[in-house]
Structures are given as structure tokens and as C-alpha cells.
Write a protein that binds this ligand. Structure first.
Ligand code: TRP
Length: 460
């Protein structure tokens, strides 16, 4: 364990895991998913799924990692035998693919930071048009996302302790503060209340099957679940930590940031007379508008600061995504950390090129004939996160239920939490992981696959 490094403190692990959770998923994806799926009703379902299903999944993942003390593949292999090792590999592949498109979007955020701070982005008239132009600019995208990948690689080389803990400790609280300050400003704008209504007053007649599984996918993505990221981080956690408490803190932090991001975005959407259903462009179109109203100097400072923090949030997430395959190479293949990192970073970057070029730059990538004419970025994101993460969660809970055993998980969880056995929490976690998660997540995953590839309407 020592040679692999470990988190120095409870707060170190929490910050790193929360840093992994809080990222573009909260500030970029959550608002546009909420906007596309009916607003408040989506929020309610998302919160319910997070507490009922995702929290136990998170506890289970960390427990597996801490017990085995290895990467995702090694952990399953050690606790369940070679066949289960494939589940770890599955997660590693998902991680690589998620990072490939995530890094592209992180590159957008980085570009916006630079353009606001050092160029004249805040003098634009129409940010919808601007964004459309921005994402087809090949060289800008290439360079900014390359920068992002290189920075991620450098931090991952330094290892969990030094790289990840330190970065998270400063950025997270600052992000919180700037979000709250911007919300206070944004709700004073005209028509802001329409946004609040859209976001907080649920209309359950809007709910469709798609709302349900989009919320599921979003919850898994946002909490970094279902692909072994928390198995990997869990392997660096010391035995005297209370996993249940840590997982609760991480979940709450993650939800709060997503909730605040929505509270900021929707008043802005409505006060600017925009549509909440614009998809991935949403925050990039809406946010510059608020910075523009602050005047040239303050706008540059606050806007630049905001996008810089978004980049840091994304960075603590890309670190965790890269750490999963890196840990596998280091632990299982005994390849030195440095070589593993550079090889994987290069691979991921190349895999991300089609997504990068799929926003209109190259027609063939922008509209996939076999996938409802959606972009490659949508395709990769939907297949490897919306579909694969809940499926990964289903298989992971199935692993605990049928192979490792909830009693062994309980034993692991009572380390650092002596009163765990026999408590209400134990009953709840065990019941959910044994019965609810494998079944519900299995059904969800099946429905998403059928819907995405064949279209559910045709079955009705
Ligand atoms: N949770 C991160 C976000 O919300 C993204 C992320 C980081 C992730 N690591 C992950 C998603 C592992 C799934 C699995 O931005």
C-alpha cells in the first residue's frame, strides 16, 4: 500500500473524490440535461435516484477498492476471480472513452477562460452564433484540449497524494463562493423568476421514460460511479476512515454544486429570453451574457475567474478519469507511472479527435447515420456514460450480491465505523445493493439501450 501512495488524511480523500465528482458534469451537463428534460421534475427524480440508488453504489465501490487495495481490474480479480476482472477492464475502457470527449469540452472551457480574460469575447453580440463558430475552429480546439490533457498528465504523474489532494483543497471552496455570488446577482435580473419556477416547480406530467434514464445516467456520471473510479480512489483510503460518512459528504458536495449551477443558469436563460433546451451549448451561450452585463473590467475578472474555476473543477475530474487506466497499467502490468501516463494520455487524445471535430467541423463526424444523425460527441457520451455507467453499477452491485457477499462488505465497512454492523444503515445499504440496484439498474440499462439504438416508440 505504501509504495502505491495513499491519501494523507480523511479530508484529503474526500476532497479528491469530491473533486472527481464535481466537474463539467455538474456545471455543464446537469443544467442542459435539466433544461432538455422538463426542469424541476428532472431535478426531483435526479435527487431521489442519487439518494436512493447512487449513494449505496458509491459506498460499495469504495469498499471494494479499500478492501482489495488495487486498481479496478485487480480489485475485482482479487475479490472475485479472473472472470470478474473483466468488469474492471470494462470500467477502464469506459474511463478512457469518457475522458476522450470530456477533455474536448474541458478544452472549450479553457478556451473561454482565455478568450474572456485576454481577448474580446465579452464584446460579442450573439453568443449562440459565437459558440457555433468557436467549436468548429480546429486549431483552437486542438491546442486548448491538448493543453488540458498535458496538464492532467503532469498532475497524474505526481501521484494521488501530491497532485490530487493539493489541487482540490484550494479550488473547491473557491468555486462554491463564486457560484453563490453569481446566483445572488443573477436572480435580481428581469424575468429571473421564470427561471426559478422552471427549475423548482415540478410538473410531473412532463416525465417520460427518457427523463428517468437521463436522470439515472446523469447521477452516475456526476458522482463518477459505475466504472471503478471510486474503486481506484478507494484503494488509497486508510482503514480508519468512515466510508459511509465520507461517501455522504462527497454526495452532498456534488449535489450542492449541481443544484447551485442550475440555480445560476436558469434565471439567466429566462432573463436572456433563451431556450432551456439547447443541449451542450447551453452554459457556453448563457454564461457570457451575465459577465457582459457587469461591464468590461468586472466582467473580465468575474467571467475569467469563473471559467478558470470551471477548468479546475474539470481538471480534478480528468485526473480521476486518467488515474483509473494508469493505476491498471502500474499495478497489473508493472509499467512505470510516467510511461503509463504519457501513453494513455496520447491514446485518449487521439480517440477524442472525432468528438472534437463533430460539432460541425467534419460532416461525417457531426452527423452519424447509424445513430439518429447525432454527433460523435453525443454518441460517445451516451454510449460510454449514459448507458455504460448504470450498466456498470448494475454489474458491480451484482458482483457484491452474488460473489463477494454483503457480509464481507459489511465487515470492510465496519472498519473505521465500529457501530456499523446491525445498524439501520447496514440494513439499508445491503438491501439496496442486493435487490434494488441490480434489478432496477439492469432494467434501466436495457431500456436505454433499446431506446437509443432502436427507438422505444417502435416497440409501443
Ligand atoms: N464526475 C465528473 C463530472 O461530473 C466526471 C467524472 C470524473 C467521471 N471521473 C469520472 C464520470 C468517472 C464517470 C466516471 O464532471
Amino acid at each position: 500500500m505504501d509504495s502505491r501512495g495513499g491519501f494523507t488524511s480523511r479530508i484529503g480523500f474526500i476532497l479528491a473524490a469530491a473533486g472527481s465528482a464535481v466537474g463539467l458534469g455538474n456545471i455543464w451537463k446537469f443544467p442542459y440535461e435539466t433544461g432538455q428534460n422538463g426542469g424541476a421534475a428532472f431535478l426531483v427524480i435526479y435527487l431521489a435516484l442519487t439518494f436512493l440508488l447512487c449513494y449505496p453504489v458509491m459506498v460499495g465501490e469504495i469498499a471494494i477498492g479499500r478492501k482489495a487495495g488495487l486498481d479496478a481490474y485487480g480489485s475485482y480479480n482479487k475479490l472475485g476471480g479472473k472472470r470478474w476482472g473483466y468488469l474492471g477492464l470494462y470500467g477502464i475502457i469506459c474511463g478512457i472513452m469518457i475522458l476522450s470527449f470530456y477533455n474536448v469540452v474541458a478544452g472549450w472551457a479553457f478556451g473561454y477562460f482565455l478568450e474572456i480574460s485576454f481577448s474580446d469575447l465579452l464584446e460579442e453580440q450573439n453568443y449562440g452564433v459565437y459558440f457555433g463558430r468557436y467549436v468548429v475552429d480546429f486549431w483552437d480546439n486542438l491546442i486548448f484540449s491538448l493543453c488540458f490533457m498535458v496538464i492532467t498528465a503532469f498532475i497524474v504523474i505526481k501521484g494521488v497524494q501530491k497532485g490530487i489532494e493539493r489541487a482540490s483543497k484550494i479550488m473547491m471552496p473557491t468555486l462554491f463562493v463564486i457560484l453563490v455570488a453569481l446566483i445572488i446577482y443573477s436572480i435580481t435580473l428581469p424575468n429571473a423568476m421564470d427561471g426559478i419556477r422552471f427549475y423548482l416547480l415540478p410538473d410531473f406530467s412532463e416525465i417520460t421514460l427518457e427523463t428517468l434514464y437521463s436522470a439515472m445516467g446523469q447521477a452516475f456520471f456526476s458522482l463518477s460511479l459505475g466504472m471503478g473510479a471510486l474503486i481506484t480512489y478507494g484503494s488509497y483510503v486508510s482503514k480508519n476512515q468512515n466510508v459511509l460518512k465520507s461517501a455522504a459528504t462527497i454526495t452532498l458536495l456534488d449535489i450542492s454544486v449541481a443544484f447551485l449551477a442550475g440555480l445560476l443558469i436558469f434565471p439567466l436563460v429566462f432573463s436572456q429570453g433563451q431556450s432551456p433546451e439547447q443541449g451542450p451549448a447551453l452554459v457556453f451561450v448563457v454564461l457570457p451574457g451575465i459577465f457582459q452585463t457587469m461591464g468590461p473590467v468586472l466582467g473580465k475578472i468575474v467571467g475569467g475567474g469563473f471559467f478558470l474555476l470551471l477548468c479546475f473543477a474539470a481538471l480534478t475530474s480528468t485526473i480521476s478519469l486518467l488515474e483509473v487506466p494508469v493505476a491498471y497499467f502500474v499495478d497489473e502490468k508493472k509499467i512505470p507511472r510516467k510511461i503509463s501516463v504519457w501513453t494513455l494520455a496520447t491514446l485518449v487524445f487521439i480517440l477524442g479527435l472525432p468528438s472534437m471535430l463533430s460539432q460541425g467541423a467534419v460532416g461525417a463526424f457531426s452527423s452519424l447515420s447509424f445513430y439518429q444523425e447525432k454527433s460523435t460527441l453525443d454518441f460517445v457520451s451516451e454510449v460510454f456514460s449514459d448507458i455504460s455507467l448504470p450498466l456498470g453499477g448494475c454489474l458491480m452491485t451484482f458482483f457484491i450480491a452474488t460473489r463477494w457477499g454483503t457480509h464481507k462488505m459489511s465487515e470492510e465497512l465496519s472498519q473505521g465505523n465500529p457501530n456499523y454492523k446491525g445498524s439501520f444503515y447496514e440494513g439499508y445499504i445491503n438491501f439496496t445493493i442486493r435487490y434494488i440496484c441490480p434489478v432496477l439498474l439492469g432494467i434501466f440499462s436495457l431500456l436505454i439501450i433499446i431506446d437509443k439504438f432502436f427507438g422505444l416508440e417502435q416497440l409501443r
